[in-house]
Design a protein around this ligand. Structure first.
Ligand code: PHE
Length: 325
C-alpha cells in the first residue's frame, strides 16, 4: 500500500511537469471522484484495521500536497493571463479624439421658431390643427361655398369622405373660435398642400403662419400695427408693410401684404374677419370684430436669408443646409 501511495505521488510529479497546460484534466485525474487519490482511499478497505489510520493520514497528506501544487499553478496562470489582458487593453490617451458631427435645425424650423417667439412675446398663443382637414373647415366655414370660384386654385388634394389635405392654415381660425370665446389672440403655424407644379416660387408642400385676433373694438389699425411690429422684429427696424386691396372670401376688407426689403415683396394675405365667418362659429359680429392674416414661412425665410428657390428647402442638400447651422 505504501508503494502505491508513493507511485501516485511520483506519477503526479511527473505529470505536473509535462501537463501544466491542462490543470483541470490533471485535477480530475488525481482528485476527481474516480481519480487516483479516491482509488487509494478505496484500497484502504483491504488493509488490516491497525494500519488504516496511518495510511489514511498518509493519503490525506498526498491529497493536500496535490491540491496545493495545483492551486499554486492555477494562481500563477491566472496572474499571467490578467497581466496579458491588461497589456492588450492599454489605452493610449494621447490619440486624438473623434469629433462628432452636430446636426442643426432645418432653416424652416428655425424660421418657424423665430416667428413663434416674436408672437409669443406680443401676447399671442400658439394653436395647431390637423393637416388632413375637413372640407367644412378648409372652405365652407371660411365663407367659400362649394361652387365659389375662389375654390378653383385650392381644389386640389381630396381624400375620402369630405376630407382633404389642407390648402391653408385658415381652418385653424374656425377650430379656435369654435373652442374658445373672445378675446382670442393666436397664431398657428403649419404645413399646407396645393397641387402647384414646382418652380422657383411654388411647391406642393409649404408652410403658413396664420394669425387671428378677435375682441371688442378691433380695427384695421390693430392689424397694421401687429404686422408692422412683427415685420420690424423679423427683418429689421427700417422694414415696412404695405397693404394692397385684395379679395379673400373670409375677410372684409381684405389686403395683400408686402414688405420693402430690397423692393416690395409679397408675404401673404390679411383682412378683417368676415361677419359670415363670425356667425358660422356663433360669435356676434355686432359685438366682436377680428383681424386675420396668413403669411408664407418659406417666403419669410427666402426674403430674410436671400434664398432664390423654394425647392432648396426640400432637397436635403447639405451644401445648402449647412449654411444655416
Ligand atoms: N389663407 C389665405 C391664403 O392662403 C391667406 C389669408 C389668411 C388671407 C388670413 C386673409 C386672412 O391665401
Amino acid at each position: 500500500m505504501n508503494e502505491k501511495i508513493e507511485k501516485v505521488k511520483l506519477e503526479f510529479e511527473e505529470k505536473i511537469k509535462s501537463d501544466k497546460g491542462n490543470l483541470f484534466e490533471l485535477e480530475k485525474y488525481f482528485l476527481g471522484r474516480k481519480g487516483k487519490v479516491a482509488e487509494l482511499f478505496q484500497d484502504m478497505k483491504n488493509v488490516p484495521k491497525e494500519e488504516r489510520r496511518r495510511l489514511g493520514a498518509e493519503i490525506n497528506e498526498l491529497k493536500n500536497y496535490i491540491e496545493k501544487a495545483i492551486g499554486k499553478l492555477k494562481e500563477e496562470q491566472e496572474t499571467k493571463e490578467k497581466a496579458q489582458k491588461l497589456l492588450k487593453e492599454k489605452l493610449d490617451i494621447t490619440v486624438p479624439g473623434l469629433r462628432l458631427q452636430n446636426g442643426a435645425l432645418h432653416i424652416l424650423s428655425q424660421t418657424m421658431k423665430e416667428v413663434e417667439e416674436i408672437f409669443l412675446s406680443m401676447g399671442f398663443d400658439i394653436m395647431t390643427g390637423p393637416e388632413i382637414e375637413e372640407e367644412y373647415y378648409n372652405f365652407e366655414a371660411l365663407n367659400i361655398p362649394e361652387f365659389h370660384p375662389a375654390r378653383d386654385m385650392q381644389d386640389t388634394f381630396y381624400l375620402l369622405g369630405k376630407h382633404l389635405l389642407r390648402t391653408q392654415t385658415s381652418p385653424i381660425q374656425i377650430r379656435t373660435m369654435e373652442k374658445y370665446k373672445p378675446p382670442i389672440r393666436i397664431i398657428a403655424i403649419g404645413r399646407c398642400y396645393r397641387k402647384d407644379p414646382p418652380d422657383a416660387h411654388h411647391f406642393p408642400i409649404f408652410h403658413q403662419v396664420e394669425g387671428l385676433v378677435v375682441d371688442k373694438n378691433i380695427s384695421f389699425a390693430n392689424l397694421k400695427a401687429t404686422l408692422s411690429t412683427f415685420t420690424k422684429r423679423m427683418f429689421g427696424e427700417g422694414v415696412e408693410v404695405r397693404f394692397n386691396p385684395s379679395y379673400f372670401p373670409f375677410v372684409e376688407p381684405g389686403a395683400e401684404t408686402s414688405i420693402n426689403f430690397g423692393g416690395w415683396l409679397e408675404m401673404g394675405g390679411s383682412g378683417m374677419v368676415h361677419p359670415n365667418v363670425l356667425k358660422n362659429v356663433g360669435i356676434d359680429p355686432e359685438e366682436y370684430q377680428g383681424f386675420a392674416f396668413g403669411w408664407g414661412i418659406e417666403r419669410i425665410a427666402m426674403v430674410k436669408y436671400n434664398i432664390p428657390d423654394i425647392r432648396l428647402f426640400y432637397k436635403n442638400d447639405l451644401r445648402f443646409l449647412n449654411q444655416f447651422k
